[in-house]
Each structure stands twice: as C-alpha cells, then as structure tokens.
Design a protein around this ligand. Sequence first.
Ligand SMILES: Nc1ccn([C@@H]2O[C@H](COP(=O)(O)OP(=O)(O)OP(=O)(O)O)[C@@H](O)[C@H]2O)c(=O)n1
Ligand SMILES: C[C@](O)(CO)[C@H](O)COP(=O)(O)O
Length: 258
Amino acid sequence: MPTPPTLRIGVVIVAAGSGQRLGYGIPKAEVGLAGRTLLEHALDSVLASGVAACLCVAVPPGDTRLRGICARAGGKTPVTVVEGGSSRADSVGRALAGLGPGLDAVLVHDAARALTPPEVFRRVAAALASGAQAVIPAVPVADTIKTASPSSPQERSIAGEKVAGTPERAILRAVQTPQGFDARILAEAHGWLESAGEDAEGITDDAMLVERRGVTVFLVPGSEEALKITTELDLMTAEALAARRLASAAAPGQEGQQ
Ligand SMILES: Nc1ccn([C@@H]2O[C@H](COP(=O)(O)OP(=O)(O)OP(=O)(O)O)[C@@H](O)[C@H]2O)c(=O)n1
Ligand SMILES: C[C@](O)(CO)[C@H](O)COP(=O)(O)O
C-alpha cells in the first residue's frame, strides 16, 4: 500500500471560554485537574501526538496565566497565542490567523476536551493524509435522542414541549475534537462565516461550517476520554480518568485489581 503523504499540520486550541457552566469564577482552561490546568493537559495531548508543526492557542482577553503556560510549552514546536473572541467560532477564526502560512491542514481542538488521548489526534491526521478534506472524531450515542417542539396552547398546561420525532439511534454520533481540515478550506469557511449573518446561526462546530460549504466530512473513532468538561460532574469524571491514568502509569497492567 502506498504511504500517505506527510502533511504540515497546524493545531488550534480554543481556550478563551469563561466556563460559566462550571462556575469556578475563573476561565475554564485555568481550572485544575489532577494538579495541572485543563490547558496544560490539552497541550500535553497535542504535543505527545507528534502531529503538530505549530500551535496557536486562543486565550481570554487580558489573561496572563494561560499566556505564561503557552510560553513555557512546546519545546521545538512553536506555540503562538492570540486573544479569543466572544464566541468559540470567533476564537477559532482569530487563532487560524495566528497560525501563519504554509500549512496543509489544521486541527481545531477544545481545551475543554483536556484528556483527549494522543491517538485521536493521530487518527484525524492520518485520515487527512489519506485524502480527506475534513475529518472529525466521533463516538456512538448511548441515549435515545428525541427532537422537541413547543406544545400547543391547549397542551401547555401539561408541559411546555412535546416530542416531534425520534431519529434512528444507530446512525447518530456524538462528535468531539480535534476536528481536522484542509487548511485552505477551513480558512475559506471562516472567511464566509464573518459575512454570513443569520445564515451562520446555530453553527456549533467547524465541521458544520464546512458542511454548509458542501465539503464531505469523514468520521474516525473518537474516545470516551475526550469528554467535554462543561459541568462539575464532567470535572469529577475527568478527575477519575486522570487518577486511572496515573495508576496505570505507576503499575502497568495492575489497574482495576485489588
Ligand atoms: N468565546 C469562546 C468560547 C469558547 N471557547 C472555547 O471553546 C471550547 C468549548 O467551549 P465550552 O466548553 O462551551 O467552554 P466555555 O465557553 O468556557 O463554557 P461556558 O459556555 O459554560 O461558559 C472551550 O475550550 C472554550 O475555551 C473559546 O475559545 N472562546
Ligand atoms: C466543537 C464541539 O466540542 C463538538 O462537539 C462542540 O460543538 C462545542 O460546543 P460548545 O457549546 O461551544 O461547547
């Protein structure tokens, strides 16, 4: 089988969110998990994957702590920092500009998915190298998902919403980051987004953005460990995962045994 071409890949980490739902009163990327910030965990995963030629991190305006972390990270891999915007998409757009020219592909990653295993980055990069223009990691959905619509005025005394439909669960996927794209296609899509106005409403990830531009998005296996840390319960789950990793690093093959 021919070897896929090696791509020059830039990685964007969006870390400029305020973490309202976590409610710690500090930017979420600064929150501690197993003694390190979420951003440090995310940087570790990217750098351990070995896919990044360079990184750009979007941090909250005025933040100095995350800038300091980025200044100390990277080693031989250049890490630049930009001020994030008022939405995730805005932060991605700013970080794309901060990556600089000469890249074949870009991976966009949430700092909030701090424990994403390096293998997930490598799977996304491999699919790009095999010719995909857009690739995202995904996992099957465990719950049955319903679509909802408002109840009629007569029904409202029972409940505000009712079921509108039930998509077939077998074809549903929960998607994660890093999301990988041909660099030119992602830049064009974000350029469109800036002028799209109402057409851009409800776009919640970069894959959806390039889908709107007619690009085929491929799926590769994600990881349960790549959960998005959004609430206190997610952080508790992440702490348990990090503890399991530490235990298995200390005693390989012994985890789960008494
Ligand atoms: N203006 C924003 C908003 C979000 N993000 C980043 O996008 C990712 C996903 O966002 P989310 O988990 O919703 O983070 P927050 O916006 O911080 O959370 P909340 O909505 O609870 O405030 C996070 O890594 C977050 O830092 C960003 O860079 N810039
Ligand atoms: C990009 C993402 O993580 C894919 O699941 C998700 O859409 C981000 O959503 P958020 O509301 O900005 O956290």
